[in-house]
Design a protein around this ligand. Structure first.
Ligand code: 8OZ
Length: 369
């Protein structure tokens, strides 16, 4: 790439994401870290420090944040349905804003990817159809198979949409700049989208039109809380994460994007390839989605500095989201700018624990000192 010096600037140039002004094109991807306060699942001072350290990102997308207890699938993930959780998130958004950053929250309902011990009244997790996912979760005692789900009755769906709306209202009260719907990785919205997990015969299953219905209804509902220019959705078209499967992802996500255009939301955030694994896991035409979608395209999964620069130079994305690199490098933006060496992430401390492997990765300045 002879022009990489010129193109490198675009990774560090401002971008208007819908109604949100970003100071660069670098996004901190949503990252589950399981360090919310035990008992309340509210963000705490350690979480505030973690996000504050990473506020130089153009945009932070918070870790998946359950919209209800029913929406929780792993132990110690934060929620956004109680007053204590809203107060905790307010501390986070205040710290990020004070450092000049922007932050949106990822609204999460796991659907069938849960365990009875996490569910209200130890009930079965809910899903579009009573088909168990071949995947694991972790609970207080460690990794375990997810529990058998039960099929949602049609008359329960308005209650789930209402939970999204309440979560969006809480996100607004907590000072977030916007929201991202978690529509990826085999969680509830993705379960409705795909024919491998959705065998419903009502208005929410069968045809593509029916399978995208819940996503569109959730968007319309939360658009009464946040302007459409502050709403986006994350998708993972071919990722097998959490046993997600569909007979024709290209048709499904092509159709979804057409319908998303009608909603006027600001962005799609696309996990390209297999989550945390190969980008070329299965063939898929991401550029077709990028071209078809009228809003911004955030690309994610395994990006290096070089690939990020090249992707923006080729106009294959507007923004690049980095996950693991942001875990290990609080000052990732500065390091990418200087093409400085990166700290390596420590997988053993990804999920759960304390400050170790969370807020103790050194910045360049701290390393030099
Ligand atoms: C890793 C561990 C637990 C949850 C996702 C929210 O895959 C997650 C997640 C990732 O989107």
């Amino acid at each position: 790439m002879s022009q990489s010096g010129d193109h490198a600037a675009s990774l560090f140039s401002p971008f208007r994401l819908g109604e949100i002004e970003l100071r660069n094109r670098i996004v901190m991807a949503p990252l589950t870290r399981n360090r919310a306060t035990r008992g309340s699942d509210a963000p705490n001072a350690l979480n505030v420090e973690y996000y504050r350290q990473r506020a130089s990102a153009g945009l932070i997308v918070t870790e998946g944040t359950q919209i209800s207890q029913q929406g929780q699938g792993y132990v110690w993930t934060p929620g956004i349905y109680s007053d204590q959780q809203i107060d905790g998130w307010r501390q986070v958004t205040d710290a990020v804003h004070a450092a000049g950053g922007k932050i949106i929250t990822q609204l999460w309902h796991v659907g069938r990817v849960s365990h009875v011990s996490l569910q209200p009244g130890q009930q079965a997790p809910v899903a579009p159809s009573a088909i168990p996912a071949n995947t694991k979760t972790y609970i207080e005692s460690g990794f375990t198979a997810v529990s058998e789900p039960r099929e949602l009755a049609a008359d329960e769906i308005p209650g789930i949409i209402a939970d999204y709306v309440r979560a969006a209202e809480n996100a607004k009260a907590a000072g977030f700049d916007g929201i991202e719907l978690h529509g990826a990785h085999g969680y509830l919205l993705d379960q409705f989208l795909r024919d491998g997990s959705n065998r419903r015969s009502d208005a929410y299953g069968g045809s593509l039109e029916n399978r995208v219905r819940l996503v569109l209804e959730v968007i319309e509902a939360v658009a009464a809380v946040f302007p459409r220019g502050r709403i986006g959705i994350r998708i993972s078209p071919v990722s097998p994460a959490n046993d997600a499967r569909d007979s024709d992802p290209q048709a499904l996500f092509g159709y979804l994007v057409e319908r998303l255009n009608e909603t006027g939301i600001a962005f799609i955030h696309v996990v390209e390839g297999a989550t945390r694994e190969a980008r070329d896991y299965l063939p898929f035409d991401y550029l077709a989605l990028r071209k078809a979608f009228k809003g911004a395209y955030i690309a994610n999964n395994g990006f290096t500095r070089e690939l990020a620069i090249e992707t923006l130079a080729e106009d294959r994305a507007d923004l690049i989201a980095f996950g693991r690199l942001f875990i290990a490098n609080p000052d990732l933006v500065e390091r990418l700018q200087q093409d400085a060496p990166l700290n390596a992430p420590d997988v053993a401390t990804f999920y759960g624990g304390d400050a170790a492997g969370y807020t103790d990765y050194p910045s360049l300045a701290e390393k030099a000192a």
